[in-house]
Write a protein that binds this ligand. Sequence first.
Ligand code: FRU
Length: 570
Amino acid sequence: MISQAITTPPEFETIDAELGAGSVIHLWLKARRPDRTATLSLRIDGANVADIVTGRTEEFEFHEITLPAGGRAELGYNGSDVAISVVYAFDPARVLEEGIQLLRHAKENASPALASGYHFRPPFGWMNDPNGFGRFGGRVHLFYQHYPHSPRWNTMHWGHAVSKDYLRWKHLPIFLFPASELSERADGRGGAFSGSAIPVAGRDGEEIRVFFTEQMRDRKPEEQIQLSALCRDELSAETAAIILPARPEGLDLTQDFRDPYVFKGPDGLWKMLLGSRDKAGGVVLLYETSDPQGADGWTFLGPLHREDRYGMTAAECPCMVPLGPVDEDQTRWALIFGLLTSRDPATGRRNMTSITVGRFDGRHFLPELEQELDFGSDAYAFQAFVDGDGPVGLAWLANWTDVSKKEDFPTAMTLPRRLLWNGEAVLTPPVEGIEGLRKSLLDSRRLASGDRLEFENGAIEIELDLSAAGGSFELYFDHAEVDLGLRLGTDGLEILFDRRDGKASPRYLAAGARPSHLRIFLDAGSIEVFADSGRWTGTKRLPGCAEARAARLSAAEGVVLSARVWQLEL
Ligand code: FRU
């Protein structure tokens, strides 16, 4: 329950909620003016239990309060002295089931209010890469790069959420905080950068060990070092320790040394990939440890892979998964990473992501083929883990191309995808449970016959069956802010996208693609296309939060066998 009392004087504000004993409140505040400290008082059933005072004006200061008693908790403060960014509460015993209770956020860090969105978004603030994606304690955990105080990249934290089905998420308390010296100013000097998580055996069952990069701009000699922390309760990280204080020597690497991805190798040992760069281009580094806890003993084995195409600089967020049973020699492994600053001259797309498929014996990677992860290129920092019988991954539904320090940039995660090897290519179809989002079949006739089809809202899946692979069609969407469509033609499958700002847009083209079956997912802020079970997958972020309103299909007679349209609902 959230309420804001109307009291006198008018600048006196309260945030109140009914909370149980042992509940925890996380809040961020700062002083509005350098000459007046900010004071916030917590009362429970009218009795004062804590006063928080800060003189900090530059960046919001974090406070955690555990309630000594249950009752009506009331946070009171003078709104002309105190600025609040976020306040949430949770009961540690129930938060994994219930999620946090968001009590207040500033209008500056609001998540877009979307009535029908079905993609994962943070509850407030900025989000980029998925981190630590994995199944722990029976639940799927998603951590992510997060800045709580505005929808723009800044000092990095790790946000956190859990799900039972990859689709419906409960938001959890912020998991990793930046070092205190980075928290004092909103100057984007660093924080807890991207990383991963593994399950480890603990005293009382499974625990989570996370790995991340600590970035501190201008720190000498290393801006980026690797840290690890243990989590025993699926909720909070213990104090992190440095596991790799410096880049490997003798390779002439730049300062780029980040995004530890830890996974089990075919020899049963924990391996770690790190993204880096040298004068030629991107380098993926390989480490290993024989410590079953992954806490210690990390040694450098050598560069695993290099990539210098498309003018790329650093290899970012490397990730590696087996595409079959780990103990079989024939099993292929997929190495996936972001090609930072890359630009494809043929289409103009930037910051692409590649999948390299090859053999991996735990020490050496022998590449056999390379393909693009996503022809829409807005599936960046892809991260996957083996869940049950195969890998599942997701990505940031954006890339750095359009990000600006001057504009809010709300984003989502892509739909979660499987990674399947068909003997020739990696397929990335959406996870099975996505069909469960189909609320009602809106149409199976009008779109196919060329009529304009109005949507109830912008949460839509369209499934097209063509009579022959590569049959030409054009599908147009009515969208308030952009020109949007999908075309299959002689040069391949293309997401048609134009911002209507007069600037030429890249071509989001899967050159040569000739699918016969397509699933197209529309949501506020995105389009995702899965052609032939994800043989070609294209993801494009759409600016703003407007929803597509209608669609129209144009194709020669007999090309489209069926076109079915569902309204989706989470
Ligand atoms: C990729 C990335 C990572 C880095 C993180 C910082 O999108 O640049 O390399 O760890 O974002 O937020």
